[in-house]
Unconditional design. Structure first.
Length: 328
């Protein structure tokens, strides 16, 4: 199924090919659920002549296989791309292309590379061997080192308009609760597909977050319930809520689809503290699974929320991070 909101991207990329202006390293950036991996696969297939050449990236995503394609992602038991993986990639890129069309390497999510892994990639980004194309995919570009960021040509992917996203989702599965799922997913259609299965859980979490913020529910009780869910699911949702909250403060709730935070709760929070709180959550999202006590960490986060983030600055942030390794 064509990812129709990629039309402008696909046309611009074909124009680059036609005029001989394709970069040697490209960064595909944007929120989760907008089809960046599908775009990376589409670029790679076109470059290496893999399979039928489609006019647009496709859903569902299928990772292409080819002797001249290297696709790096975190190992199953790790949260990030490791230096050993990058070193092996760099070594393989030195070899001659099997089919003479050059080589392609995809790293996703590139923002999960360890510092040492990112540093080991710099020379290859600067001077890739032969006819090599490097594609980095990142949901959170703020976690990419500036040295990596500056060596890539950036292409931004944004969610489509609500109407376009709803029409596409309804063709995929008519009659589902797509409007609600799309709001929860911040208008990102592919994220809405995952959200659809969890709408009832997310609705309960929204109510509980609001009740904690207004003092109607105990943060300890809510943390206990949330600790029974997948940590990544909870933290990803919290991060999305915080980003939407910042957008709402800056430009009104119309710019923040899916925001569950009550207006009165949001207005009494300092914007700087919201950013500190979001940074704290994002750091937790980058921690390896099992490296912190989930319930204690959620208690710390929700206690701060109940207190209006009054003490959510750097000192409190550090204290919260210390909880991660306590009493596993």
């Amino acid at each position: 199924m064509d990812i129709i909101w990629h039309k402008e991207f696909a046309q611009a990329w074909q124009d680059r090919i036609h005029h001989g202006r394709t970069p040697h390293a490209v960064l595909l950036a944007g929120p989760a659920g907008v089809g960046k991996r599908a775009a990376a696969a589409w670029i790679a297939c076109g470059r290496l002549g893999i399979g039928e050449q489609r006019p647009l990236p496709q859903f569902p995503f299928e990772r292409p296989e080819h002797a001249d394609l290297q696709w790096l992602e975190p190992p199953e038991d790790k949260q990030g791309v490791l230096i050993e993986q990058v070193r092996e990639l760099v070594s393989n890129l030195q070899l001659t292309s099997y089919e003479g069309r050059g080589k392609v390497a995809v790293i996703e999510p590139a923002n999960t590379m360890t510092t040492s892994a990112a540093n080991s990639l710099l020379k290859t980004l600067e001077e890739p061997p032969g006819d090599t194309l490097l594609i980095l995919v990142a949901d959170r570009i703020g976690r990419l080192p500036a040295t990596v960021f500056s060596r890539c040509q950036r292409i931004d992917f944004a969610p489509p308009g609500e109407g376009e996203g709803l029409a596409w989702l309804d063709r995929l599965q008519p009659g589902s609760r797509w409007a609600e799922a799309l709001r929860v997913a911040g208008n990102a259609p592919l994220a809405a597909i995952d959200a659809l299965e969890n709408l009832d859980t997310l609705a309960t979490m929204s109510r509980e977050l609001g009740a904690v913020g207004s003092g109607k529910l105990s943060p300890i009780e809510v943390a206990e319930r949330w600790s029974k869910l997948e940590p990544a699911f909870v933290l990803d949702w919290l991060a999305r809520q915080l980003r939407q909250g910042v957008l709402a403060l800056a430009g009104g709730r119309d710019r923040a689809p899916g925001l569950a935070i009550d207006e009165s709760v949001l207005k009494r929070m300092d914007r700087r503290n919201l950013f500190c709180y979001l940074d704290r959550i994002n750091r937790l999202r980058g921690q390896p699974r099992g490296s912190y006590n989930v319930q204690l960490t959620l208690e710390s986060l929700l206690i701060d929320w109940a207190e209006g983030l009054a003490d959510a600055g750097m000192d409190r942030e550090t204290g919260g991070m210390r909880l991660m390794s306590a009493q596993r």
